[in-house]
Design a binder for this molecule. Structure first.
Ligand code: WQD
Length: 339
């Protein structure tokens, strides 16, 4: 079965391609290489021994998207990762985010509309919840005002899918709301490749531990939490990847109960920034150099998932602990240092 993975050379996309190939799917990757590199393709092949079909293509080019689907009429499923995802960057450059994250989604869906049947998995985010009132967060938690244009593009994306599925019963969709994906494949052949100064906590910790960065800044320890730092649900990227294969299978086997389902992807456990630092120091046996600084605008205090729906309906549960995920990120960082 041929599956299209847009953004398939990205962090979560590449790990999902590996899991798809392990399950015997034939994978076609579209990526514009704006936030990834062809080395990731080699990394995938070195793990699975299977070269995916790769097309360098920018999904913002509507004519190119139409041409692609003309050439690939036999696609059984689409997993749509392609999007920009840096919260801070989206505040600085909102129109780039609306164009890149919304137009591309519309152009792909317009092609799926033409097919007799289409199975579509959307990369969504816990950022759609904003600061949820109750923890852990369930899929029924109200969607709140997006703290950033990035989060807004995910909210708008889910609304576009909802409206499209209402009038296109041929499109079967599942949106997966990721909490904080971290870590890397055990082979250390693929992992997170932040470009420039890392925006996210884990890559910044890894680069500080490796001496690439001088010191981690912890954005605030005056929050109403156990130790004053923000709480997140850090989930191993391989657990996230496996959930995509399970969700796709659910659609391919017509087990979905509506043509637009939504699932949280988290571990169900919240960890503070200081707890993540402690986990790193323990698994890496490395004292991290950090300082407490002011809060980062836009941060929510706490976000961790109620995972019961994915556990019960998808039959999926995160397998890796925080320490295992942090260790996998550290091993990946060390493999990068040895290049
Ligand atoms: C985590 C915590 C920071 C950096 C991410 C993705 C977003 C979405 C949700 C998928 C916060 C603190 C961070 C640093 C710090 N994922 N921090 N020093 O903001 O939860 O969002 O997950 O859609 O796309 O960006 O993740 O790693 O940036 O921050 O203290 O140098 O770490 O304040 O409390 P965030 P993050």
């Amino acid at each position: 079965m041929k599956v299209l993975v847009t953004g398939g050379l990205g962090f979560i996309g590449s790990h999902t391609v590996v899991e798809l190939q392990k399950e015997g799917y034939q994978v076609v990757i579209i990526d514009n290489l704006s936030n990834s590199s062809l080395e990731v393709l080699q990394g995938i092949v070195s793990i699975t021994g299977i070269m995916p079909v790769f097309e360098k293509l920018d999904l913002k080019d509507k004519a190119k998207v139409q041409e692609f689907f003309k050439q690939h009429q036999d696609i059984h499923g689409v997993i749509h990762f392609a999007a920009s995802k840096a919260v801070g960057e989206s505040v600085q450059n909102p129109l780039m985010y609306y164009e890149n994250n919304i137009n591309t989604l519309v152009y792909v869906l317009q092609e799926l509309e033409k097919l007799p049947t289409a199975n579509f998995i959307f990369s969504s985010s816990c950022t759609v919840y904003g600061q949820a009132k109750a923890m852990p967060i369930t899929e029924n938690a109200p969607i709140q005002f997006a703290e950033s244009p990035y989060g807004n593009t995910k909210q708008i994306g889910e609304e576009i899918i909802q409206d499209t599925c209402k009038v296109n019963s041929n499109i079967q969709a599942i949106s997966l709301r990721y909490f904080n994906p971290i870590g890397a494949h055990e082979s250390t052949k693929i992992g997170e490749l932040p470009i420039g100064v890392p925006q996210n906590l884990i890559p910044y910790i890894m680069q500080t531990g490796a001496g690439i960065r001088e010191q981690l800044s912890v954005y605030g320890d005056d929050y109403p939490t156990t130790d004053g730092t923000c709480i997140r649900d850090y989930i191993h990227v391989v657990d996230v990847a496996k959930a995509h294969v399970i969700a796709l299978k659910r659609l391919l086997e017509n087990k979905n109960t509506s043509n637009n389902e939504t699932f949280n992807l988290g571990t169900g456990t919240g960890s503070s920034v200081l707890e993540v630092i402690q986990a790193f120091e323990k698994v890496a046996n490395n004292k991290l150099n950090y300082k407490i600084v002011n809060r980062r605008p836009g941060d929510v205090i706490s976000a961790y998932a109620d995972t019961s729906k994915a556990n019960e309906v998808l039959g999926w549960k995160a397998q890796y602990s925080l320490e295992e995920a942090v260790l996998s990120a550290w091993k990946w960082q060390n493999s990068l240092n040895s290049l």
